[in-house]
Design a protein around this ligand. Structure first.
Ligand code: PLP
Length: 419
């Protein structure tokens, strides 16, 4: 756990972060895109306090009300027909569960239908290796070590359209066809693909899948009995100005993974999806000791209620627009250094490029982020040539614009030095 600005987080409340030495920051990170309702929201703190005082701190798979309430809430928020849900702790566990469900489903059709397709450059967590390293035959019967079968296609990121000019394929439909052909040229046939997992609005891109690409992906998946899972761990729970990031893409997947902003606090993650898929594994085979822990479930439930009651999803859309509009002048000022400034809701990124090569400029992006931190705006270093703006959705519009102004000042201070 290193590689970020050297600030000791002592208190984080709402959209403000404080260190123990009297310094305060406007938070443009939400932790790592986690505190959607705001840090330490009083209603979430209260829910956690009440839960910890209730003398029910853990139940494993035994039934308890907080877990049931949260599951019912998740099902009520799901646009997938006849949904079910299951709870875990980390986002990466939700990813693992989704992959297991996709492979189980595929193998019922054909033992060779185990492949998983995802986007290059995406992120879904760190633990597939945990299953591969485990020794029990029953826990790895969905996974053939000799044939992990994982394939990647490019993400259709407009500013760096991998297929030439986006203007030639504005909806992305042909781009998806190119992906299918790319898989075929590697000898990978859709009959052997069990599932697709990807972010509809990736955290690194903050760019929604173009409608035509998303529609072609769903059509391909339906034709070949492939399960589509959108990873909403980062883009879900109102971050993009809608409940789910995929709502920007005009499609509904079979499975959704959630985490981070699901509780804005304690570790809670979930897989939500079609009943037939979630009911496939035998009882107990998806269990997790802490999944749906009563205290964590109470925190998540309070968080979802706060997002709704305080209309934070609408706020995300509105404040995001203000920030985005404010930042656009930077692109005009520094066209050689800035490739693109875009986003949905409070999920905004500024992509920097080297004027000479056009490649992502990680050194400059991180230097500007570090400068902003020194001037009172909390940002994380992405190391990938972009600056990510993801404040808590409760951020006051004036504070968000003040943060944007500080960021502009950092560009004005640093770019002349590198020119
Ligand atoms: C899109 C996405 N999926 C999954 C994960 C993994 O979540 P966790 O770190 O809680 O395991 C992350 C974490 O950053 C993420 O951004």
């Amino acid at each position: 756990m290193s590689g970020q600005p050297p600030v000791v987080w002592h208190e984080a409340a709402g959209y403000l972060v404080r260190d123990p030495y009297g310094n305060q920051w406007i938070d443009f990170t939400s932790g790592i895109v986690l505190a959607n309702a705001g840090h330490a929201h009083p209603r979430i703190v209260d829910a956690i306090r009440t839960a910890t005082e209730s003398q029910l701190l853990a139940t494993y798979a035994f039934a308890q009300s907080p877990r049931l309430d949260l599951l019912e809430k998740l099902v009520s928020l799901s646009p997938i027909e006849d949904s079910k849900a299951i709870l875990f702790s980390a986002g990466t566990e939700a990813t693992e569960c989704a992959m297991m469900l996709m492979r189980r489903h595929g193998q019922k059709i054909d033992p060779a239908k185990v492949g998983i397709v995802s986007f290059s450059g995406g992120y879904h967590g760190r633990t597939l290796a945990a299953s591969l390293a485990g020794g029990e035959a029953s826990s790895t019967d969905w996974l053939d070590r000799r044939q992990v079968g994982h394939y990647q296609i490019p993400f259709p990121f407009g500013p760096r359209w991998p297929w030439g000019r986006m203007e030639d394929d504005p909806t992305g439909e042909r781009a998806f066809e190119a992906c299918v052909q790319q898989l075929a040229s590697q000898g990978i046939q859709p009959e052997h693909i069990a599932g697709f997992i990807g972010e509809a609005v990736p955290g690194w891109a903050t760019w929604p899948l173009p409608h035509g690409f998303a529609a072609a992906l769903m059509k391909w998946a339906q034709r070949h009995n492939i399960i589509v899972c959108f990873d909403e761990v980062q883009s879900g729970c109102g971050r993009t100005g809608r409940w789910y990031g995929f709502e920007h893409c005009g499609v509904v997947p079979d499975l959704i993974t959630l985490g981070k902003g699901l509780s804005s606090s304690l570790p809670v993650s979930a897989v939500v999806g079609r009943r037939a898929i979630l009911d496939d594994p035998p009882p107990g085979s998806m269990s997790s000791t802490h999944g749906g822990n009563p205290v964590c479930a109470a925190a998540a439930m309070a968080n979802l209620q706060v997002l709704q009651d305080e209309r934070l999803i609408e706020a995300s859309a509105q404040t995001g627009q203000l920030v985005l509009r404010r930042l656009q002048s930077l692109k005009q000022r520094y066209p050689n250094h800035i490739l693109s400034i875009h986003g949905v809701g409070l999920f905004i990124s500024i992509h920097l490029r080297c004027p000479q090569t056009g490649e992502p400029n990680a050194a400059l992006a991180d230097a500007i982020a570090m400068e902003a931190v020194q001037r009172g705006v909390m940002l994380f270093l992405t190391g990938r040539g972009f600056i990510k703006i993801a404040p808590p959705l409760c951020i006051d519009a004036h504070a968000a614009l003040e943060g944007a102004q500080v960021l502009e000042e950092c560009f004005d201070a640093l770019i002349p030095l590198v020119d």
